[in-house]
Design a protein around this ligand. Structure first.
Ligand code: BDR
Ligand code: CA
Length: 317
């Protein structure tokens, strides 16, 4: 059994990643921790519950986490994900926030990892606020993880939020810095540029959404807003190497659930720029080993896209 903890700011691609994991036999999600990012913390919790409802997995515990970044900022990616984070396509029968656990996200993360030492992979598809707080509260947190799979950062100075900053890292640079500098478990990074270069054709997306299932109908509703925005002038400029269907968070999830999906990684020390006029929040890759860091991350370079397509299709079956 592969045990996962998933930390999300449940926008549309976070939803896609959760649905992917739920469809893989032998994967058990021990908990979903929420953090503000694409939308407010309340919306994130509601969105996760909606996803669990459509997947008939409301038994999975959902935990409420950080309401702001470490330095007290809130963010919103409403232009892409919709103001509510799921395409502004509300469900009148959505589960209520009373289903959210009383225990907070960070203490739940620490507890679950301590109950399952060496067995849990943490998939973080959001600003890394909760994850950074976990290692600050329990300095041995990361050594008890099997692995950390991050969607975030940039490798070629191609930002999608600031000039050179990817959304999750730019939303909480201090948290990303702490995680990249203090985690000692194997760390896998699906960067913004990598996800763009691994995009799927829109025709694949059409077939994916056309499946005759409740999950596909749900996805069609919540994804409409993002699909339209992907063709807007501003968002088209963000895309590296042109148009296509990019489910950013699903690339990190696929790495956690299928060992054979990663074909090539680059092992490098990484950190995050915290100052500067343009570069705050930018991930820095130490190609020359100048920082002399012993711990290196696995930066995803090439994955098996045929396997990825199967995982994506199964997510909506
Ligand atoms: C990341 O930012 C968020 O908007 C997405 O959910 C994804 O995690 C992409 O940069
Ligand atoms: Ca996300």
């Amino acid at each position: 059994m592969k045990k996962l903890l998933v930390d999300v700011d449940c926008g549309v691609d976070d939803a896609q990643a959760i649905m992917m994991a739920l469809a893989v036999p032998g994967v058990q999600i021990l908990g979903i921790t929420c953090v503000q990012g694409n939308t407010s913390i309340d919306n994130v919790c509601k969105n996760v519950l909606r996803v669990l409802k459509v997947c008939k997995h409301l038994e999975i515990p959902v935990f409420r986490g950080a309401t702001k970044s470490l330095l007290g900022q809130t963010t919103s990616a409403g232009e892409f994900h919709g103001k509510d984070g799921l395409g502004d396509a509300p469900d009148p029968d959505a589960p209520g926030l009373d289903l959210v656990q009383k225990e907070g996200a960070v203490s739940a993360m620490i507890r679950i990892v301590n109950e399952n030492p060496g067995e849990v992979s943490l998939v973080a598809t959001a600003p890394l606020t909760n994850v950074a707080l976990a290692v600050k509260l329990d300095p041995s947190f990361s050594q008890k993880l099997k692995g950390l799979y991050i969607m975030g950062g940039n490798t070629d100075s191609r930002g999608n939020t600031t000039v050179v900053g990817e959304y999750n890292f730019a939303s909480d640079p201090e948290a990303a810095y702490i995680v990249l500098n203090e985690f000692i478990c194997p760390v896998y990074i699906a960067s913004w540029e990598f996800t763009c270069r691994s995009k799927l054709p829109w025709e694949f997306c059409d077939g994916w959404l056309a499946q005759d299932t409740d999950k596909a109908r749900f996805m069609k509703q919540i994804f409409k807003h993002s699909m339209e925005s992907t063709h807007s002038e501003r968002i088209e400029k963000e895309l590296v190497d042109g148009q296509g269907f990019i489910s950013c968070d699903s690339y990190a999830m696929a790495a956690a659930v299928d060992d054979t999906y990663i074909i090539e990684t680059e092992k490098r020390a990484v950190t995050v720029e915290l100052a500067g006029n343009c570069c705050r929040g930018m991930m820095v890759v130490d190609h020359l080993d100048i920082l002399k860091k012993t711990h290196k991350a696995h930066i995803l370079k090439k994955v098996d896209l045929e396997k990825f397509k199967v995982l994506m299709m199964n997510a909506l079956k």
